[in-house]
Design a protein around this ligand. Sequence first.
Ligand code: Q9C
Ligand code: ZN
Length: 378
Amino acid sequence: MLVVHSPLCLLHDPPTEILSGKPVPYKESPDRLVRVRNALSNDPQRKYELTAVDDGLDVLPDILRVHSEDYVVYLRRAYSDWVEEGGDKQGVLPESFPHPKLPPYKLDPAKMSAIARAGMHLHRAIDILSLLNDVGGYYCFDLSCPITEDTFEAIMASARVAVRAAQLLVDGTQSTAAPHGIFALTRPPGHHAGTGVCGGYCYLNNAAIAVRCLQDAVPAGTAKPRVAILDIDYHHGNGSQEIFYSDDSVFYISLHAEGDYPYFTGSSVEEGEGPGVGFNLNIPLPQHTTGDDEYLATLDLAGKAISDYRPDYLVVSLGVDTYKDDPICCFNLTTPCYSRIGARIRELRLPTLFLFEGGYCMEVLGENVKGVLDGFLG
Ligand code: Q9C
Ligand code: ZN
């Protein structure tokens, strides 16, 4: 199996996040990536071929099919503007947020038009404005997404990994006996990032960017490929849900913990809107009591829904924070369960793009991710 990665993804390394009200060491560390990479490259059977993505690959057009220009300009400029305005060198951490109970979410019109102007000329005019320092809360929904000096470089590299992996999946799908699979070693993760907002360690929605690449890789006049996203991260992918909520060409299915982060989405009544009604499926599972058997039984239901949709591609948001000893999550999955998950995904017999999302138990992170991929390979 091809594994696409980028050393630049290691650059993002914020010192702290706020968890339960206090600063703690940042859980979404570069070491996560190293652990997974090592587990795959040390496979005794050498089943995984690691390939670094070309740093020169221009993925801005791909990103702009998912995210708004003003948001991307914000991400690009936020750190330098913040430091210029006297913000802490450790990184941007907004401290005031628009709230649904305090509408409207008005920004200074002069700032917004400057942002919009910069957005239209994103390639060359990134340095028009230093106006964004006090709007961070408009582009962020929690305290787990500091923007450091290196964040933009790392999130662009993560998006490049996603795009390249999608391209390779399309290229390799012609010949098929076994279902074809590719792993995008994306980090920072993506499924909490929405059209214009970061949160939950996520800045750019790598899975969504990959979905649009898969869909756009067909000749003009050909039917748009249908894509199913199976999100098996412990947390609900609120960003992915938002991006595809009214889109019937993308079926988003999530298994996640009921009542845990991100708290305000993930209910089974969220079934899509407009043309997207019926193409968003949330399956919340109880915290503390969900173990291997309950999880696999639920995954079978998800698999049935995916088969019924008849997608051309499957994109898997692969989080392993469902593990029993994950430091910030409360499911009880054991290591042997991960290869069984991979085997279930294999049974769908679809060209499959796996993207790395969450998972914070460092000791077994590599083993658990490799378990899913091993199970898929059969
Ligand atoms: N009390 C991913 O797994 N903080 N993101 C949670 C819970 C943020 C998780 C606080 C967790 C984000 C990709
Ligand atoms: Zn997660």
